[in-house]
Design a protein around this ligand. Structure first.
Ligand code: AMP
Length: 309
């Protein structure tokens, strides 16, 4: 099936307790596309970079069957740059630098060849741009998923709520769910947020896994307990890319299949954090992914014996 990703393709500089990088490849769109490339889909991206972005990385994405017709390369301009520093617990981070550069006036142009796309993953970007993409598609995709962050809740809440009302699945973390809903309980938060429009809500809880809410059903998937988390950057985007890549390749949007998709996203995210940036995702194989999915199944599988008496 066909999957369109919209999201930043960027340079990042990251500092964790394990070390520090210079400018490396990052961006929500990059992580999503790389994760989704493990599944058999017609994959495409809408994004923008400056002329400083390395052609070799674009070639690598194309080699992974990501169609780049919708990736604009702006002559004389610089690529989006983000820098962050993680605290010792690796769960929280400070943004040190955000240079919007080409993202400042990004006009998401949809190539004619992308029309009719069946699945849409809106990576973290301004909610106006996310809404524009939906509005510019001639036919509504079968399933639209969206990521966002507290930054947009702080500066563009009305636009954000409008975009949220247009999507099927919202994928956010626990802190963002609490801010968006004003509720501390994630169960209450999920009700408030789903009343805004999306029928499904996924709340990511970092090393504590992820929750999927739909009607009165809840599914919980743990994160794989890892000895060492090297760099959490992009783990959420990788999760979303694996989730939507799996859904699109199976063409099944049932709640049961979303559970499998969550395990796929969680397995890919567990690889992402093992090295800086996109390094690990660039090198793992389909076999690596399959054996990690098996680890997840083993982690959550048990036989229950009811004691009578
Ligand atoms: P995550 O760790 O999942 O929050 O994603 C981190 C990625 O998001 C980094 O690679 C950044 O380049 C990208 N990013 C950070 N802030 C923004 C923003 N305001 N707009 C678009 N992408 C961003």
């Amino acid at each position: 099936m066909s999957l369109l990703t919209v999201g930043s393709v960027a340079f990042d500089a990251i500092e964790t307790p394990f070390g520090k990088t210079d400018k490396i490849i990052g961006g929500a769109g990059t992580y999503i596309a790389l994760a989704a490339s493990f599944y058999n889909n017609e994959q495409s991206i809408v994004s923008v970079v400056g002329e400083d972005f390395p052609r070799a990385i674009l070639d690598e994405l194309e080699a992974k069957n990501v169609n780049l017709d919708g990736l604009q390369i702006k002559a004389g301009e610089k690529t989006f740059f983000w820098s962050g520093k993680y605290h010792n617990d690796m769960n929280s981070r400070d943004t040190l630098v955000t240079e919007l550069n080409v993202l400042e006036h990004f006009d998401p142009i949809i190539p004619e060849s992308y029309q009719g796309v069946e699945y849409l993953m809106l990576g973290n970007l301004s909610p106006q741009v996310q809404a524009q993409v939906i509005e510019r598609l001639d036919t509504r995709p079968k399933l639209i998923a969206m990521d966002t962050m507290n930054f947009w809740m702080d500066i563009a809440l009305d636009d954000l709520k409008k975009t949220i009302s247009m999507v099927d699945i919202l994928i956010i973390n626990d802190e963002e769910a609490r801010q968006l809903s004003g509720e501390y309980s994630l169960v209450k938060a999920s009700k408030v947020i789903r009343a805004m429009g999306p029928k499904y809500l996924i709340i990511k809880k970092g090393e504590h896994g992820a929750l999927l809410f739909h009607h009165d059903s809840v599914f919980y998937a743990p994160a794989l307990p890892l000895e060492e988390v090297f760099d959490p950057t992009g783990a959420g985007d990788t999760f979303a890319g694996g989730f939507m890549g799996f859904i699109a390749s199976t063409g099944d949007v049932s709640f049961e299949n979303m559970k499998r998709a969550i395990i796929n996203g969680s397995a890919l995210a567990s690889f992402c954090v093992e090295k800086f940036g996109t390094e690990r995702l660039m090198t793992i194989s389909r076999e690596d992914l399959d054996s990690r999915i098996d680890e997840f199944v083993a982690l959550t599988n048990f036989d229950m014996v009811h004691v009578i008496g």
